[in-house]
Design a protein around this ligand. Structure first.
Ligand code: GCU
Length: 428
């Protein structure tokens, strides 16, 4: 694997005194100060053997990398199958003024029917037959993705509970459509795609110390209250939830089960990548501004670091991941390998220029450095070691990338490119 000869400068963090408080490192945003790093080899096994074909990749090297991500990064996803029950809560074949069929399904986990998540699905009415679908988790409740009065309001307590549209921790009518800018439902439908979403808090609350309140409980041993050091954290749980949503979608007659694109923004982009790496039923995987612990190369110490993410979000990754605080170089993997786990299925990565915390260049480089695995399959990855310019999307049939103007967010511009890419992948 190539060594990247970037300038080595040791003063990565500002040392300005903070009035006697413990000094918090300032993020590194100066490209010239990014220290040199060497990525862990993609196509050399732990025993030092070169991987030359798909069989060696799939049987040996891919398995090694998947194991490292499982045990050292996101934590192991339980293998035990959970019985699912789908309960249709509402169907409206004339939703959105007749443009869509809206289905809402409660997906129960386990026999007790104690835990569930609510899936909202829109299918376009102007096309017949099973359609391709985008599946993504949302941050604030299904009713926030569109003002559609037919969407059932989430009754879960939320961490956004004091924001406008919420009262005392719970969503109110006023929360309808609050995040509509992130979900261009009409545009998605008009292009012949369906859209499925689930509130991520239905799966696991996004707060430290809450593993007794989410799906982890379904797998705990008697008396267990928190995951062991190598067991899954919250991102692992959200990824698991995406696969359970997929269990529903594959049997839904209106959905083409071979054309489900999983996508996510930010922490939910990390979850989408991890879901895509573990579950080959996802046909296309899309990372929107997923940054550190998602698409970004962690050895490139630009923006957020492992220490910064573990300090603020100790529940996202597994316990073992804490060992790599300020020791990125010791991590057996880097995030180009996460993308390589998804190959040969197509992967799209998107960044926003003002989202320096997520390291746009590092997000591009992961995709670029995953290229050799796509090549093993005879596919054409992105060839340019330099990211493209602002709003100049680049695609091949298996990789896509763009750098949007503006901030950390997911907007129509991003979605339009995802749909263009999916059109190309699915030959539409
Ligand atoms: C924080 C965090 C990021 C994460 C983002 C989000 O900024 O540091 O890693 O992607 O939240 O999920 O919005």
């Amino acid at each position: 694997m190539k060594t990247l000869n970037l300038l080595v400068v040791c003063t990565m963090f500002s040392t300005a005194p903070l009035f006697g408080q413990r000094q918090k490192p300032e993020p590194l945003y100066d490209e010239a100060q990014v220290p040199a790093y060497t990525l862990p080899a993609l196509l050399i096994t732990e025993k030092g053997k070169a991987v030359k074909d798909v069989t060696q990749w799939e049987n040996k090297r891919r398995a090694e990398i998947l194991k490292s991500f499982s045990e050292q990064v996101y934590g192991k996803t339980p293998g035990k199958k959970v019985l699912l029950n789908f309960e249709q809560q509402s169907v409206d074949e004339q939703a959105l003024g007749g443009k869509a069929t809206r289905k809402q399904v409660r997906i129960f986990f386990g026999k007790e029917k104690s835990r569930h998540m609510d899936l909202l699905l829109y299918l376009p009415n102007h096309v017949t037959g099973p359609v391709p679908v985008f599946l993504g988790l949302n941050f604030t409740g299904n009713q926030t993705i569109h003002a559609d009065p037919g969407i059932l309001i989430s009754t879960r307590q939320t961490r956004y509970g004091n924001d406008p549209g919420y009262r005392d921790g719970y969503a109110t009518e006023a929360s309808r459509g609050l995040r509509a800018r992130r979900w261009p439902v009409e545009e998605i439908l008009s292009r012949g795609y369906g859209l499925a979403t689930v509130y991520y808090g239905d799966i696991q609350p996004d707060q430290p110390g809450t593993f007794n309140q989410g799906v982890h409980q379904l797998f705990f041993k008697r008396g267990q209250e928190a995951p062991a050091e190598d067991e899954w954290g919250a991102i692992g749980a959200w990824a698991w939830g995406l696969s359970r949503a997929m269990d529903y979608l594959v049997q839904e007659p209106g959905v083409n089960p071979r054309q489900v694109c999983v996508l996510g923004h930010s922490r939910l982009g990390k979850a989408a990548l991890w879901a895509g790496a573990q579950d080959s039923r996802f046909a296309v995987v899309i990372s929107n501004n997923s940054g550190e612990g998602g698409a970004a190369i962690t050895r490139r110490k630009f923006g957020e670091t492992i220490q910064a993410i573990n300090d603020r979000f100790p529940h996202w990754f597994c316990g073992n991941y804490k060992q790599y605080n300020n020791r990125e170089d010791q991590l057996p993997v880097d995030y180009h390998q996460l993308i390589a786990l998804i190959a040969p299925r197509p992967v799209y990565v998107a960044s926003a220029v003002e989202d320096r915390w997520a390291d746009p260049k590092g997000e591009y480089l992961s995709l670029y450095h995953a290229g050799p695995v796509f090549r093993l399959y005879g596919l054409r990855p992105l060839e340019d070691p330099e990211p493209p310019g602002l709003e100049r999307p680049v695609y091949t049939e298996v990789n896509g990338y763009h750098l949007r103007n503006g901030k950390h967010d997911i907007l129509l511009y991003d979605w339009s490119n995802y749909m263009d890419f999916a059109d190309r992948v699915f030959g539409r």
